[in-house]
Design a protein around this ligand. Structure first.
Ligand code: HEM
Ligand code: HEM
Length: 386
């Protein structure tokens, strides 16, 4: 039950943060989404998938300590970013989350060493993602030692986390998940993941270092990241167009997430250009890549993945009609939600606050629908058994 609880925590944190955002400072609201909601969920999901990728036994319940440690770090970060007197919490929070990330990375490497044969290529993406998170948290700790570099280190932190930790995890998971959702495997997924990791990882590192110290490097990084995104997007449109353009199901949400990630990268890459004279002259609103990232990418990603995975996570083992039925109810009108999340992401990313509200509304719709579906699934189960 740990994973469904982490999913619920993430979705509630997302909705709370979107509604709280106009009142709280922006870094605090963003961290409620990213560090309290997403980080522990990603840890939980990785500890579920890593044994599958390495064909080793499932994780023991002791490993649940890591998402909880990461959650404590994230909560401290939100506290520290909303209350000036808790400034020390930035570094303490980073230290806790760093301990959790390092432990999960060590565990993953041990599983890799203990397995027979080659692991699924997704594993290398997860390891790279965890390494990016660890570096991003070290950047926060380093800002205590080199305060004169604080702005550069914060930029390093934010790009390593969004493009690296969340981006690498999400793109590799999406590549594997969409064919499962569609029920038609794509034999190219493995080779493509293997080929694309160097592009995505080099893109992340160049964007992070470049945004901190030397702008032109960052754009080279953005161009490198475009390669895996375009390759994945093109193969999806070729193989899964019908599922992606459907009214129901998880596929439209997963595709919307990929589009939202691409959008936030485009906005991130043009932000430094649009900020200066044109926005001052009132031609453009300043772009908001972080808000596009949250409402155009994280919301469809987590709600889409939850529609597909909650049934398995609630009842692992043999898949029955119970799972299929619950998955259908969770995915009902997924296509409409995907379109609303896209619209919200574009609006929020181009500086319109209603985009966040539209995202929050669509997410609450999903939460209510999921509540109803779960209630029905468990009542249905009881009736069948009694
Ligand atoms: C416990 C862990 C974390 C700590 C202590 C932490 C700390 C910080 C700090 C101190 C800043 C600078 C805020 C400012 O401008 O005053 C920051 C910015 C940022 N961090 Fe984190 N962070 C953590 C985890 C994360 C995670 C997991 C993510 C993403 C997955 C993330 C994404 C960001 C982003 C996007 C910004 C820029 C915020 C903005 O534009 O306002 N952080 N973080
Ligand atoms: C891969 C594409 C990206 C490139 C090439 C890129 C490039 C850059 C550069 C060069 C800067 C420094 C701006 C300056 O000197 O004024 C910057 C800052 C920034 N980027 Fe990105 N970025 C990318 C993706 C993202 C994404 C996905 C996000 C959000 C999640 C993001 C959020 C930000 C923010 C909030 C700042 C301002 C940090 C500050 O306040 O100093 N960027 N980016």
């Amino acid at each position: 039950m740990a994973l469904p609880a982490l999913v619920l925590l993430a979705l509630v944190a997302f909705a709370a943060a979107l509604l709280w955002a106009p009142h709280a400072g922006r870094p605090a609201a963003l961290h409620l989404i990213l560090a309290v909601g997403a980080m522990p969920l990603i840890f939980g999901a990785m500890s579920h998938f890593i044994p599958v990728l390495t064909r080793t036994r499932i994780a023991t319940s002791g490993l649940l300590g890591l998402p909880v440690l990461a959650l404590a770090g994230g909560a401290l970060a939100v506290g520290a970013l909303s209350l000036p007197e808790l400034f020390w919490g930035r570094h303490a929070g980073a230290l806790l989350a760093l301990a959790a990330a390092s432990a999960l990375l060590v565990w993953s490497r041990r599983r890799r060493a203990g397995m027979l044969g080659r692991p699924h290529p997704c594993l290398a993406w997860y390891d790279a993602a965890l390494a990016c998170l660890a570096l991003a948290l070290l950047a926060i700790l380093a800002s205590a030692i080199w305060p004169q570099q604080t702005i550069a280190l914060y930029r390093l932190h934010l790009h390593l986390n969004t493009l690296g930790f969340v981006g690498l995890t999400a793109v590799s998971t999406l590549a594997v998940l969409l064919p499962t959702v569609a029920g038609r495997p794509d034999p190219q997924v493995g080779p493509r993941l293997r080929r694309d990791l160097p592009w995505a990882l080099a893109g992340t590192l160049l964007a992070a270092v470049g945004s901190a110290w030397f702008g032109p490097l960052a754009w080279i990084g953005g161009a490198l990241w475009a390669v895996p995104l375009l390759r994945l997007g093109a193969s999806w449109l070729r193989l899964y167009r019908a599922e992606i353009l459907a009214l129901h199901g998880a596929a439209p949400l997963l595709a919307a997430a990929l589009a939202g990630l691409a959008l936030s990268m485009i906005l991130g890459a043009v932000a430094p250009i649009t900020v200066a004279p044109l926005t001052a002259a009132g031609w453009f609103r300043p772009t908001e890549p972080a808000l596009a990232f949250v409402s155009g990418f994280m919301l469809p990603l987590v709600s889409g993945a939850a529609s597909q995975l909650l049934p398995v996570w609630l009842r692992p083992g043999v898949q029955s009609s119970w799972h299929a039925k619950l998955r259908d109810s969770l995915g009902r009108y997924g296509g409409v939600r995907a379109a609303l999340f896209c619209l919200g992401g574009i609006a929020a990313g181009t500086g319109h606050e209603w985009g966040l509200l539209l995202g929050a509304f669509t997410l609450i719709w999903f939460l209510l629908q999921a509540g109803g579906a779960l209630l029905q699934a468990f009542v249905f189960q009881k009736r069948k058994w009694s």
